[in-house]
Design a protein around this ligand. Structure first.
Ligand code: NAP
Length: 265
């Protein structure tokens, strides 16, 4: 029996089979969780539906996290199908493409700042508020995805780094609020993974190669690495962990300096 047997999880953020949320869904399914998926729009529904079905899930909810009405109706639909919910995975982020390149000071407009924070940060709080009634009396767990750009400047990551800093702070405030109700809130700070969202960041391929060269494990992380850590954090095995940012990055964030692999020895 898997360590998530008997748990019900809503997965928000599957776009393709390369999405981090998909790696998480696969690990959670393997460990026995029952899954529901959301999709942002009809175009994505066509992609998400067969993926969900391949994991035995037919519960698909339309949900643009930028809309309070859609959040309300998605959770109302979920409540009609499931009387309770144990896990919410929040794996969404978005910022205007022109803000994810070049100079932070020149390319961060008021609109880009607002849009990035609304979708990539505020949405976690909105989902937590909607999920809370369904998690009463359960050992609930919320999980979000963040990146090193929240705590260090990273070329081109720009306003998304500022939004991730806000997201990480939200994890701490939400965990303080929801902990007394038995709901845990954590984040995984994942190393770079080639996904649709990542393709929007200028120079992403160089990020991948620099991490692989400098990280203690000398490689990039996989969907499986992140999925397994997520399944653990949302399980009762992690019952004592909340408000935490867990780095799943092949150790890259722990390194102060690294010489290129070819000059080692
Ligand atoms: P992904 O496959 O492109 O997934 C991002 C998802 O967010 C997509 O399904 C996207 O839908 C969705 N989304 C965007 N705006 C939304 C909205 N308003 N409502 C609902 N869904 C929305 O990319 P990913 O890399 O797996 O990203 C998942 C999370 O991991 C993000 O928070 C990202 O910042 C984080 N992360 C990624 C990396 C990396 O290197 N890939 C590293 C660390 C953290 P659309 O495609 O329609 O926009």
């Amino acid at each position: 029996m898997g360590f998530l047997a008997g748990k019900r999880a809503l997965i928000v953020g599957v776009a393709t089979d390369r999405s981090i949320a998909w790696g998480i869904a696969q690990a959670m399914h393997r460990e026995g969780a029952e899954l529901a998926f959301s999709y942002q729009n009809d175009r994505l529904k066509e992609r998400v539906e067969p993926l969900a079905q391949s994991l035995g899930s037919s519960l698909l909810l339309p949900l643009d996290v930028g809309s309070d009405e859609q959040i309300d109706s998605a959770f109302a639909l979920l409540r009609r199908q499931w009387t309770h919910l144990d896990i919410v995975v929040h794996a969404v982020a978005n910022a205007p493409r022109e803000a994810l390149t070049g100079s932070y000071v020149d390319n961060t407009s008021r609109d880009a700042f607002r849009a990035a924070h609304e979708v990539s940060s505020y949405s976690l709080t909105a989902l937590a508020r909607a999920a809370r009634p369904l998690m009463q009396g359960r050992a609930g767990a919320l999980l979000t995805l963040t990146y090193l750009g929240a705590v260090r400047s990273i070329p081109n990551y720009n306003v998304m780094g500022v939004a991730k800093a806000s997201l990480e702070a939200s994890v701490r405030f939400l965990s303080a609020d929801l902990g007394p109700q038995g709901i845990r809130v954590n984040a995984i700070s994942a190393g770079p993974v080639k996904t649709l969202a990542a393709a929007g960041i200028a120079g992403f391929r160089r990020m991948l190669s620099q991490v692989a060269a400098a990280a203690p494990l000398r490689r990039n992380v996989t969907l499986e690495d992140v999925g397994n850590a997520a399944a653990f954090l949302c399980s009762d095995l992690a019952a004592g962990i909340t408000g935490e940012i867990l780095y799943v990055d092949a150790g890259f964030s722990t390194v102060g300096m690294s010489f290129a692999a070819e000059s080692e020895g």
